[in-house]
Design a protein around this ligand. Sequence first.
Ligand SMILES: Cc1ncc(COP(=O)(O)O)c(C=O)c1O
Length: 484
Amino acid sequence: MTTETPSQRTARLAALDHEHVWHPFTPMRQWRQSEPIIIDAAEGDELIDTMGRRYIDGVSSLWCNVHGHRVPEIDAAIRAQLDRVAHSTLLGLGSTPSIEFAARLVQAAQSLAQSRESRRLPPRPPLTRVFYSDSGATATELAIKMAVGFHHHSGRPQRTTIIAFRGAYHGDTVGAMSVGYCETFHRPFETLTFRTVFSPAPDVTSAPEAQDIDWPWHDEALRRVGRDRCLAQFDEALDAHGDTVAAVMIEPLVQGAAGMVTHPEGFLSGVAQLCAARGVPLIADEVAVGFCRTGTLFACEQEGAVPDILCLAKGISGGYLPLAATLCTDRIEQAFEGEPWEHKTLYHGHTYTGNALACAAALTNLDLIERRGTCAAVQRNAAIMAEALGELRDHPHVGDVRQRGVMAGIDLVASRRPRRAFDVKPRLGHAVCAAARPRGLIIRPLGDTVILNPIPAMRADTLERMMRIVIGTIRSFDFEAARC
Ligand SMILES: Cc1ncc(COP(=O)(O)O)c(C=O)c1O
């Protein structure tokens, strides 16, 4: 029997991949012309490819890994669950890990109420009900149906409009796409989406004042001006759409897919206050920011905001298995209660809703977050990142840097003042991230913004190495040659 060498195996898998796998968010012609990195294993903070090369996982395997790969405790929890049952349906049946995890999640969500108490803010109804699904998009799509259904069954069927924020991203299913704001992604599917009202989100670079300011995201005064303008416009949108508004949907603190757009302090709490004053349900999409990524278990805690509906996915299972949860208040769930023939039931579900293996992983993930103090690790890691990112302050092609917790975006620009973007064709964000790979780091850009989103619990020495690679790659990159 002949055994393949690593090179032969890599070449065979690459050929099969090019032949059969359609990769998400990947220009396929260019992909097929490239030599792909094929991940074969992982250990701790590193991914290992079929050639045995190691890479720091600088995007937490698309923002979901929390404690690293092959965590003994999570591995053991999944194996133990495998010895009982891998999956059974939640349609009309209970399942042990889904029950235990729901109760645990509701308990964890009390951190939101505590964040209000500590600010001496009046209490808001707690999140007590958990509806499971499988991904961020299904969690947000479900939140929309919960909000619209809640009004429908409460005698307000005209309340169907969602107000979202410009630059928002809530997933790629048609409903989730409808409340997101990206012309490029949505153009071919525009006729499928429903109409959403988009209110401006604080984007300091679009403010006229920003033209004369270097690294405008670091200008607190400008950020406050942007925040107040946006809140005023949001208030107007609530007035203009009045009793047709079903809910407001927000990515708390950071609009991740917009390029790590960090909101100024007070924007989230301002939005929450305006919603509460008008009795409009607030949907917090914590798919990206939840599970410690910004330094607290939920980002909303940092502004004492308690949503009426909370969407969770990505980090919920520690980055192990597809799982999502949409939490809501008693009041929202109770609107769906009635006699079966009244058809108030939420007719919604997915085959793998509440999957037992995923819930077992999620339970252990939450235990580890508490036992290991993962949120404190994020605060330590955020400081390491901030210090390193400061080294880009004088780089002629770094227009700005935004950071919240371990989520960071580095804007690459043709010129800083006046602020001018690079031509899109050379895909400079992509080129810089590709240049980091031979140095042992996997990162992904969003346009010409280099995105960093390391594993929240990443070891400090690994993160320091990662940041040296990031800074070294950008510093040594020949922007002049690459833009041609
Ligand atoms: C804020 C937010 N919501 C929803 C989603 C969609 O999640 P998924 O890719 O699991 O569908 C994402 C994905 O990046 C996200 O950042």
